[in-house]
Design a protein around this ligand. Structure first.
Ligand SMILES: C[S@@+](CC[C@H](N)C(=O)[O-])C[C@H]1O[C@@H](n2cnc3c(N)ncnc32)[C@H](O)[C@@H]1O
Length: 262
């Protein structure tokens, strides 16, 4: 192709130069970055990037078969990403890419690949995923997002403040949470209180693991325990830490903890 009409599809070309070597790349994704999966019809004020949530799940102890609970779920990103993983739903299945409109890539190829991805979806049993938030409107939005992602039937959402929540029944589960932090809630006492509630949840079943991503530097002090591991990360421009509290590994023959409904 030697001519790109202004009215045609867009081709974003990027040039980077390092030590006198120029690299030209062409962006097949487009203006909507890869972190936008296409299911977030509604979002919270401080949503976690979908790709970040997926990566944190990957480095956690959570896997299909273990219960997941997010007690400050906002738009439901952790819960939805976990459900997509558990059901083997390709993350870009519900969106278009810049290259979807390029004449060089036959439409039939896209249709074939989407069909392949649909056939790969695991339809056997649902993962057990719970998500709650103090804000009833947020729960309505999270539910809509889960429906849009095709995992509405995999997640149990409920509106509840953290001090009224308890861990779901079952062992070796994982709490994965992005609690509110200073940029959004200005009252440090409220933030500390939420960290303390997370400790209460964690203590209520010592077989569970707990992971929290926050920019609040009082987290460990409020939680009252040093994390087993802490990772520095950026959520967009915001410097955050990912605090990891590991529970024990389930026994090898521990079929009794299986959380998959069949
Ligand atoms: C940083 S946001 C979570 C964003 C979420 N990870 C997402 O991707 O949309 C924190 C959430 O905690 C909720 N929250 C604030 N105080 C709470 C409380 N006491 N109990 C439960 N949830 C609370 C807020 O409504 C907000 O949705």
């Amino acid at each position: 192709m030697d001519w790109f009409p202004e009215t045609g599809p867009s081709y974003t070309v990027q040039v980077s130069i390092l030590k006198d070597v120029a690299t030209l790349t062409i962006d097949t994704t487009g203006r909507e970055g890869l972190h936008k999966r296409g299911y977030r019809v509604k979002q919270s004020e401080a949503p976690l990037k979908e790709t970040m949530a997926a990566a944190l799940l990957d480095i956690s102890y959570w896997q299909k078969g273990r219960i997941l609970y997010d007690p400050c779920c906002g738009s439901g990103t952790f819960a939805i990403e976990a459900a997509l993983k558990a059901k083997n739903i390709a993350p870009g299945l519900n969106r278009q890419f810049a290259s979807s409109f390029w004449p060089q890539v036959p439409k039939s190829l896209w249709a074939e690949l989407r069909q392949e991805a649909r056939e790969a979806i695991d339809t056997k049993g649902n993962p057990i995923i719970y998500a709650s938030d103090i804000d009833r409107n947020m729960i309505l939005k999270a539910r809509e997002n889960a429906e849009a992602a095709g995992v509405g039937d995999c997640i149990q959402f409920f509106a509840k403040p953290i001090h009224k929540t308890t861990l779901p029944h079952g062992d070796y589960g994982v709490v994965m949470v992005n609690p509110p932090y200073g940029e959004r809630i200005s009252d440090p006492v409220k933030i500390s209180q939420i960290h303390k509630e997370l400790r209460r949840l964690s203590d209520s079943n010592p077989t569970w693991s707990l992971y929290a991503i926050t920019s609040a530097d009082t987290f460990e002090r409020d939680f009252g325990k040093k994390a087993n591991k802490k990772r520095k990360l950026f959520n967009g421009n915001l410097k955050v830490d990912f605090y990891q509290y590991f529970g024990p590994k389930p026994p090898k023959d521990g079929e009794n903890f299986k959380a998959i409904e069949s």
